[in-house]
Design a protein around this ligand. Structure first.
Ligand code: FCB
Length: 480
């Protein structure tokens, strides 16, 4: 992914056009459980998300990924849509329980064949495949054996990474180990709003370490199996944490949350150590003795780029008794995704929100790109997810008009362009998501797609944002 400097051009009639560097990657992203369906076909067995979704009360409306967008059958149509839109790269995830159902032992060829066909079709259409190994669908058998809080899961993950690289390494040259390990560890084992739905702060911290270890072991397995030019990365949902005021206690609350949201991953992965303040903030929960000699060396592996997912900033303050009881500020509780953050209150950032209730704030993206560049100046960045949910519908003329999504994307891409102009090495952008899909605990109630999906019929309808993005992907110039 070579790049040249971005430019700003004046366009006739006023306004300005923001030209992205040549070679900038224009992509779209999805994840296996959110789109594939075919949950019990061709040897696939349940993952923790199948189990969680079937547990009453866990997912809105009792929705499951059993059928989802039926991409397992409609993959050719979906690649065709991307090709029509001029999308240059497709970030998808491989379903671990589809290729290695029990999480151990030999692979299921039918599962691998699905990804072989998909990637062949992508390459045929000139679309770069970008494969994520783990977008949250742990084989249920591995959870039954203890899941991510146990060290063995990291070892199993590396074996699965080797299987995937052996089967697809001849055609997939861009790999990501984990998607958002923060969600896997702290929503999965801390707050329990994600699968497997456990609420145990210590288990969440153990899971974070074993996800880090799994990442390091998987990078080694990928490097061993892939050609030298392959690119290997991880995707983190770096939280852009702001403090409500400049008061030292609020600034310290932001430091705490930045630690357990971001630095608990970037520390070991990129610096080779857990930050001392994270260990201190969580010392009342664990002594971290599950970190064994040599683990940090294994976790810190050279990466070709860092994937960054960004949707909205995080606003915090020190918790006061008042903050604990206001409608805006809610305080960390026992069932918290923030171990060590007991004295932090969370606030709703000001301004307009998406259908998720998330504040729209592109300055957060620019600020976090600049901060990452300051901390890791040699590491190229790729935005691996950014996008918004709105209450989209097909109008009587058969159109899906989503000007709010266009405005969201335009604002965030202008922020990316600004960061590039300020010297940050951003190589690409993947819109979340290609299709409306199963939005985890929200089921099908939230639509993030550039392409609308009618879940009763499977019919795909590109929204106006898809056409807007297609023009951008073709020209590389954003009309700001
Ligand atoms: C991210 C997930 C992705 C999607 C978006 C909205 O946290 O990686 O699967 O759900 O949020």
């Amino acid at each position: 992914m070579t790049t040249t400097a971005p430019r700003t051009e004046t366009v006739p009639g006023g306004g300005s056009a923001l030209a992205f560097p040549a070679g900038f990657l224009w992509g779209a992203a999805t994840a296996a459980y959110q789109i594939e369906g075919a949950a019990a076909l061709d040897g696939r067995t349940p993952s923790i998300w199948d189990t969680f979704a079937r547990t009453p009360g866990k997912v809105r409306n009792g929705d499951t990924g059993d059928v989802a967008t039926d991409h397992y059958h409609r993959w050719r149509e979906d690649v065709g849509i991307m090709s029509d839109l001029g999308i240059g790269a497709y970030r998808f995830s491989i379903a671990w329980p589809r290729v290695q159902p029990t999480g151990r032992g030999p692979a299921v060829q039918k599962g691998l064949d699905f990804y072989r066909r998909l990637t062949d079709e992508l390459l045929d259409k000139g679309i770069r495949p970008v494969a994520t190994l783990y977008h949250w669908d742990l084989p249920q058998e591995l959870e039954d054996a203890g899941g991510w809080p146990e060290r063995a899961t990291a070892e199993r993950f590396a074996e699965y990474a080797a299987i995937a690289a052996d089967a697809l390494g001849d055609r997939v040259r861009t790999w990501t180990t984990l998607n958002e390990p923060w969600c896997s560890a702290f929503l999965g084992y801390g707050s329990g709003v994600h699968a497997p739905g456990r609420t145990d702060q210590v288990a969440a911290l153990r899971a974070a370490h074993h996800l880090n270890l799994g990442h390091g072991l998987a990078v080694k397995a990928l490097r061993a199996a892939l050609p030298a030019e392959a690119q290997v990365s991880v995707t983190l949902n770096i939280h852009h944490v702001r403090s409500l005021t400049d008061a030292p206690a609020d600034v310290d609350a932001a430091r705490t949350i930045d630690g357990v949201a971001n630095r608990v991953f970037t520390g070991p992965m990129l610096h080779g150590a857990y930050p001392a303040d994270v260990l201190a903030d969580t010392a009342h929960l664990t002594d971290w003795s599950f970190v064994r000699d040599g683990d940090l060396r294994t976790i810190r592996q050279p990466l070709d780029f860092l994937g960054v997912n960004y949707y909205t900033p995080t606003l915090v303050s020190a918790a006061t008794d008042d903050a604990a009881h206001t409608s805006d500020g809610h305080r960390v509780s026992d069932h918290s995704p923030w171990p060590g953050g007991e004295s932090v209150a969370f606030h709703r950032p000001p301004g307009e929100t998406t259908a998720m209730g998330w504040a729209v704030d592109p300055t957060g993206l620019r600020d976090l790109l600049l901060a990452l560049d300051r901390e890791f100046p040699e590491l190229p960045l790729v935005i691996t997810e950014n996008g918004a949910a709105f209450d989209d519908y097909v109008d009587p003329a058969g159109e899906v008009r989503d000007p709010e999504r266009v405005a969201y994307l335009r604002g965030h891409l202008a922020a990316v362009h600004r960061a590039i102009n300020e010297g940050v090495d951003v190589r690409g952008y993947f819109l979340w998501s290609l299709l409306d899909n199963f939005e985890w605990g929200y089921g099908y109630s939230k639509r993030f797609g550039a392409v609308h999906v009618d879940y009763a019929t499977g019919t795909r309808t590109p929204k106006s944002s898809a056409r807007w993005y297609a023009r951008l992907a073709r020209s590389g110039v954003l009309d700001a």
